[in-house]
Design a binder for this molecule. Structure first.
Ligand SMILES: [Fe+2]
Ligand SMILES: [Fe+2]
Length: 130
């Protein structure tokens, strides 16, 4: 599984690959790779945290503040998963119009920002775990 740092690094790689071509062209290969990355790396990273890290933190009885932080991070996951669904729907389109590419670019930019913000929160709560 990729760590937060690697997820963000790979997000940047995928982002650059998607928008490397002459606008508004998006390569089919880059779109497929980005979908794969979101599903395999990002969603499974969230799932791992939901399954192992958060229950572990809550079981450790670290107090209300940690419980609140976990609840907030879980809320982030739900919002990020929604964004991933929207991104995936765009990336899966057979033919992207130039408007689609504008929307995709904006959605990717927002997602990257939210992902980074999320990783900062996690890093405060469970540094060096994942
Ligand atoms: Fe994480
Ligand atoms: Fe997370």
């Amino acid at each position: 599984m990729l760590t937060d740092d690697k997820v963000i690094e790979q997000f940047a790689v995928n982002h650059d690959r998607l928008f490397a071509g002459k606008s508004p062209r998006i390569s089919t290969k880059a779109a497929a790779a980005a979908q794969q990355f979101l599903k395999k790396d990002v969603l499974s990273h969230f799932a791992y945290e939901e399954r192992y890290i958060f229950p572990g933190l809550l079981r450790a009885g670290l107090g209300a503040e940690v419980a609140n932080d976990v609840a907030e991070i879980r809320k982030d996951h739900r919002a990020l998963i929604k964004e991933i669904k929207e991104l995936t729907a765009l990336l899966a389109k057979e033919k992207l119009t130039s408007e689609d590419v504008v929307v995709l670019r904006e959605a990717m930019r927002a997602f990257g920002k939210h992902l980074q913000r999320h990783a900062v929160k996690e890093n405060k709560l469970f540094p060096s775990l994942v």
